[in-house]
Ligand binder design. Sequence first.
Ligand code: PMT
Length: 401
Amino acid sequence: MFKDRRIIVGITGSIAAYKAIELVSSLKKKGADVYCIMTKSAQKFLTPLTLRTLSQNPVITEMFAEPQLWNVEHVGLAEAADLIMVVPATANIIAKVCYGLADDFLSTTIMATKAPVLLAPAMNHQMYWNPIVQENIASLKQRGYLFVGPGSGDLACGARGQGRLIELEVILGKAEELLFQDKPLQGKKVLVTAGPTREPLDPVRFLTNRSSGRMGYAVAKQAYLLGAEVLLISGPTEIQPFPGVKCLRIETAQEMYQAVLAHAEDCQIIIKTAAVADYRPKSRSAEKIKKRSGGLVLELTNNPDILAELGKKKKEQILVGFAAETEKMLSFAAEKAAQKNLDFIVANDITQEGAGFAGDTNIVSLVFPAGEIKNLGKMSKDDVAKLILQEVIKIMGEKEW
Ligand code: PMT
């Protein structure tokens, strides 16, 4: 089932380390090429010999040992991996990955890879629910790292609660899902825009909006997981793109316009989730604007409408826009879809709880030029992204690409 897939199994120092024996044995039986990396603490629970025998490959335990595999091992393994699984994953490795530490072979390999990284936490329940651990997990999820478990029940320390390594069948199921997801966007280039733009008034102030970039980053991630080569053109955000997604950062609407137009022609699919400022200050003061009595009137000028420009140039591309509305959502969205020559538009009423800016969920309607409307309920931005891409794939089929 896992034939010809190269899987790295990272084992860290938890009593659940012994379960890595069964995991490696199952992966091997399913045909995977398995390489184990053990941290120092893992070696207190398990011997490298056991894993070497089961994986039939050298087990890496030292950063600076004589190379047994490729010339620069951590880079070689990181590049060659189809999937990295950390089973069990302690609070320590989760924190190290979260903060970009690379002080041993496992953390270095994780830092250097573009492959999906799946972590299966195992630790004491109070440790697991420690807000620091929870924040680290949330931050890693945001960056595209994947988690499975932990399960609940009796823990090795005698307590009961959530922290047990989840059952191996669940871990194997998740690995299978990651490795064998259909890749219908293989060979396609997808351009996604995300985040807000900033329109400077002076060296310290700018006009902007509430976009966090989450919606666009989710679209970029899902397109990448479906096999596309993805270019994300992003306004200023605090989030990181999914590993493997190429990201170009811009600040103003004019910079986004230039970046998008420079790359659009190469891309078959363009999805514009960015909240682009419609206006910018007519002039930008070189010095900080001083406080004066009598108020201040700002003169604004129009920014280019990037999506409308793409719509004019569009030939064979699939072009998807977003519409953030506070009233008459469907009619305004339909108007934008027609004016901008879109294949469809994703409309969200940003006044609704759980929709629009910042949060992890959205509530959208897909509005098509022929008048068809698909209302999607409240769901995670990842799930919204998956459904948008399903529609794109359907349109690709109709165009016989
Ligand atoms: O980033 P998050 O916090 O996750 O929030 C997600 C979101 C609310 C930003 C997203 O769901 C969304 O609605 N994005 C579109 C926001 C928007 O600017 O809508 P609009 O109706 O003003 O623009 C319509 C379309 O034209 C958009 O695709 C926009 O990218 C594009 N546009 C707008 C103005 C402009 N000058 N150039 C453009 O290309």
